[in-house]
Design a protein around this ligand. Structure first.
Ligand code: SAM
Length: 273
């Protein structure tokens, strides 16, 4: 298997906690097989599909965000990239063998029609493979855990609500809720696998506090896109990759133990017929 920790740190050096989450996510996603033609639903800039599938590794990518669509089109990962919304996919029925969607569905408040659209564009026997933060995500936040163990349940909930707002997360469905949503889209739940064990989510939450993007901090200034032409950034990028690919390796390699939940959930749905 590829070293997704180093690859993610190279891609997201300016946001090391994002790289950590993505690396563990990629390790989980890489355990699946992806038949073509393949659609990346909510492809963003194509970085994740580029790491997972390689150049020309996907057929179609779509996203409603214009700037991301332009980046995805330049990535060399997709044959076609379109600006579109998951509620109305611009593809014919049964066009794909796989629909992949990484860290997208949690950002869509009314997700049922999007799941149904994924089902519509899949051919019979095709698979919808997606990752989302899980039903355990809120409970595994480090700073919620700190408040809860100090007896401050209200503080724990307030902190989790702040994270939801910051990350624009609208829901955290359980595997059986996903099974219902898949069934409404003509699919059956084939697999539900948790990733991001508690220790990894704790580290991720603590590191967001230190390296969170979009914050007013020394780190935020140093990595600002406005300073991309300055020579300190390549040095900083090299330091991040070298330092964290060693320091975070034990967390990257952790699995969720049998019978436990993790902060991330990988779901595989199969189109009936
Ligand atoms: C966290 S990003 C993930 C991007 C990419 N999949 C990745 O893993 O890097 C979430 C993406 O979901 C897209 N998105 C939000 N609402 C959507 C919708 N209704 N239909 C399709 N994509 C949507 C956003 O534009 C954004 O690119």
């Amino acid at each position: 298997m590829q070293d997704y920790l180093t690859l993610s740190l190279q891609a997201y050096w300016f946001a090391p906690p994002v790289a950590l989450w993505r690396a563990v996510e990629l390790r989980a996603a890489a355990q699946e097989t992806y038949s073509r033609p393949l659609l990346d639903l909510g492809c963003g800039d194509g970085l994740i599909a580029g790491i997972l599938f390689g150049p020309d590794g996907a057929d179609a990518g779509m996203d409603p965000w214009e700037e991301q669509v332009r980046k995805a089109a330049r990535s060399g990962v997709y044959r076609w990239v379109q600006r579109a919304d998951g509620h109305r996919l611009p593809y014919r029925d049964g066009a794909f063998s796989t629909v992949f969607s990484n860290s997208v569905l949690e950002h869509i408040p009314n997700v049922a029609p999007v799941v149904a659209e994924a089902g519509r564009v899949l051919r019979p026997g095709g698979r919808f493979i997606f990752t989302v933060p899980s039903d355990a995500f809120r409970g595994l936040l480090y700073f919620s855990h700190l408040r809860r163990t100090a007896g401050d349940e209200r503080g724990a909930q307030t902190y989790a609500a702040e994270v939801d707002a910051r990350l624009a997360h609208y829901h955290y469905h359980t595997p059986s809720e996903w099974a219902d949503l898949l069934a409404r889209g003509g699919m059956t739940l084939e697999k539900a696998r948790y990733y991001i064990p508690e220790a990894v989510e704790h580290l991720w939450d603590r590191m967001n506090d230190r390296f969170g993007i979009g914050r007013r901090s020394l780190w935020g200034i140093l990595v600002s896109p406005r300073l991309r032409a300055f020579p300190h950034q390549p040095l900083l990028a090299r330091w991040v990759v070298r330092h964290f690919s060693r320091a975070w390796r034990p967390w990257y390699e952790m699995d969720v133990l049998d019978g436990q939940k993790g902060g991330g959930l990988l779901i595989v749905g199969r189109k009936e017929g």
